[in-house]
Design a protein around this ligand. Structure first.
Ligand code: DP6
Length: 325
């Protein structure tokens, strides 16, 4: 009863921020994302009578009980569905540093969901897998489907799942993550979601979002990078305006975040179509089309930044044959 899955992180162009149901992880709004080819988690799950409790490892390192609660809760969900009582050994590894605001919980819970479901013998549809992943971490449901993905908010657990709008081959966008910090963030996004509603801007954001979502979907349909990029930027700034004005306020930006944002605006004025977006962290995601990649990389290097993760649109979570143990 062993299976291994690999899943991508994803970058949201329309962000999930705020929940209407914390336990069920039902979001306040729809969100839209792209899977990232070079920010992945690989996870092997083995259910066996050999284990007297769940054992969770990150690489060779056994994780402390304090860190594993959410993972064990997720294994419990799978055991309940599969009507099995066996404990599991889980080994997981990321292709990128943990806790940097690169969505490690998205790739992590997507890979865990798929591997645990397969290892326990569950036969679930894509929709059921997406719902299950969502219960582990909201953004993880978007990493289950290929390419460009939409997650619907909905009022019940059964109706809140993600699906692919376009495959990973649809549009050769790049997401170049400039890693400005590898430190673990002090406040997790799960904790941040809880206070989103305390920002005076939150309600206005919710009212305005359907319009932005429609425009972004239209720009995606027509591959209009200029409109798409501007909307993604507007959305990222708004997300952080909400974060900075919620109580207590969350400041995920570092001085380097702002420096890069300003560079992007200069590069655009010089005629280079490159845009930025941000997650719950200081790292900046630069969005451009493939044909601009070389120029954008040169600009980044000339401005003194070296630590980058270059991503293409990627497939969703999948089962692989090579186990981690
Ligand atoms: C800012 O999915 O990490 O990255 O459901 O509590 O696990 P939980 O939250 P999580 O939140 C992600 C927030 C975000 C925006 C996004 O990815 O849409």
């Amino acid at each position: 009863m062993k299976a291994t899955a690999i899943a991508p992180a994803n970058i949201a162009f329309i962000k999930y921020w705020g929940k209407k149901d914390k336990a069920l992880r039902l979001p306040r709004n729809d969100s839209i994302s792209m899977n990232l080819s070079n920010a992945t988690t690989t996870t092997t799950v083995d259910f066996s009578q050999d284990y007297v409790k769940d054992e969770i490892y990150y690489g060779n390192q056994k994780m402390d009980d304090g860190e594993t609660g959410r993972v064990i809760d997720h294994l419990e969900r799978v055991r309940r569905l599969a009507k099995k009582r066996l404990f599991a050994r889980v080994i997981t590894k990321n292709s990128f540093p943990k806790g940097t605001g690169i969505a490690s919980s998205a790739s992590g819970f997507a890979a865990l969901t798929l591997a645990a479901a397969a290892a326990s013998g569950l036969k679930l549809s894509a929709k059921q897998l997406s719902i299950l992943a969502r219960l582990g971490s909201g953004s993880a449901c978007r990493s289950m489907s290929p390419g460009f993905v939409e997650w619907k908010a909905a009022d019940s657990s059964n109706n809140s799942y993600a699906y692919s709008l376009y495959s990973e081959k649809y549009w050769n966008l790049r997401d170049i993550i400039i890693v400005v910090s590898e430190e673990k963030k002090s406040i997790t996004s799960s904790a941040g979601h809880e206070n989103a509603g305390s920002s005076i801007f939150f309600q206005a954001r919710l009212e305005n979002l359907p319009q932005r979502i429609n425009k972004l979907k239209e720009a995606l349909k027509t591959k209009d990078i200029k409109t798409f990029g501007n909307l993604a930027e507007e959305e990222a700034i708004e997300l952080h305006a909400v974060m900075m004005t919620q109580k207590p306020p969350l400041f995920y930006w570092s001085s380097k975040t702002l420096e890069i944002i300003k560079y992007v605006h200069i590069w655009r004025k010089e005629g280079l179509p490159v845009y930025f977006t941000l997650d719950a962290g200081p790292n900046v995601h630069l969005i451009c089309e493939e044909k601009q990649e070389k120029k954008v990389l040169q600009k980044i290097k000339n401005s003194g930044y070296k630590n980058m993760i270059i991503n293409n649109p990627a497939a969703g979570a999948k089962i692989i044959n090579k186990h981690l143990f």
